[in-house]
Design a protein around this ligand. Structure first.
Ligand SMILES: Nc1ncnc2c1ncn2[C@@H]1O[C@H](COP(=O)(O)OP(=O)(O)OP(=O)(O)O)[C@@H](O)[C@H]1O
Ligand SMILES: [Mg+2]
Length: 243
């Protein structure tokens, strides 16, 4: 029997605001994400990519349709974790917070797990006591990824996780995500406006336009043979950038 999808979204509508201000953002969105799979979400600014992520994580509550998430504590990684990393707290504090929430009471145990996770993301014990301001952008992103994983979450929503990084650092973080995915059998919903990055990491891609998914499928199929005009435009724009 096929495994149950980790995420099953069917006919999802979502809204912001109340009364006369209530505005629909997502329109009839349907997608599934299987265990171990990476689904890319691409589309222009304002098309509803982050809103879709927020629906999945239960942050946006005004929705209609089917929204099933069969995963333990799905987590989100943002473009620049600087905002979400409290500048007054150490990396160790930040990594141990999910463990405190989960009831790991033993201080030594928490620290051991935090240091192990730092190593999993390519950092070391020396980063444990650092503050966010004492890390590079790439290192902060590694900490954010470690914090997303440390509580046992296997579904990670990555919202433009490498967009704030230079090209070399992007490649390193993408490789880390690929390695971690294999090691922990993770599933990713990978939001990006960069089609080249999506091509590197995603199995499938869904193209969003004005709150709708206008097409989705295997990355190779969509990139070789885009059906929708908007997808064609996106691909042309991304090829033009490479030249
Ligand atoms: N909290 C909110 N309240 C009201 N409207 C919102 C809210 N958040 C987003 N929107 C609106 O919903 C639409 C989709 O926004 P969303 O952030 O999902 O787009 P996006 O595809 O992630 O864009 P970007 O690529 O710029 O991050 C936009 O029109 C935006 O203005
Ligand atoms: Mg967004």
């Amino acid at each position: 029997m096929a495994e149950k999808p980790m995420v099953n979204i069917q006919g999802l509508n979502s809204y912001y605001g109340k009364g006369k201000e209530r505005k629909q953002v997502l329109r009839n969105v349907s997608l599934t994400l299987d265990p171990g799979e990476v689904l890319g979400i691409v589309g222009e600014s304002g098309s509803g990519k982050s809103t879709l992520a927020k629906c999945l994580l239960g942050v946006v509550k005004d929705t209609e349709g089917t929204l099933e998430v069969n995963a333990f504590r799905p987590q989100m990684v943002f473009q620049d974790p600087y905002g979400s990393l409290n500048p007054a707290k150490s990396v160790g504090w930040f990594l141990e917070e999910p463990l405190r929430v989960l009831g790991v009471k033993d201080k030594k145990e928490r620290k051991a797990q935090a240091i192990d996770m730092l190593q999993q993301v390519g950092l070391g014990e020396e980063h444990y006591s650092r503050r966010p301001s004492q890390l590079s952008g790439g290192q902060r992103q590694r900490v954010a990824i470690a914090a997303a994983l440390i509580g046992g979450s296997r579904l990670i929503v990555l919202d433009e996780p490498v967009s704030a990084l230079d090209v070399t650092m992007q490649a390193q973080i993408l490789q880390l995500l690929v390695d971690l995915k294999a090691k922990f059998r993770l599933s990713y919903l990978f939001i990006s406006h960069d089609l080249a990055v999506v091509y590197q990491i995603c199995d499938r891609v869904a193209v969003m336009y004005q709150g709708e998914i206008v097409e989705q499928g295997d990355v190779d199929t969509i990139y070789d043979n885009p059906q929708h005009d908007y997808t064609k435009k996106l691909l042309q724009a991304s090829l033009a950038l490479e030249e």
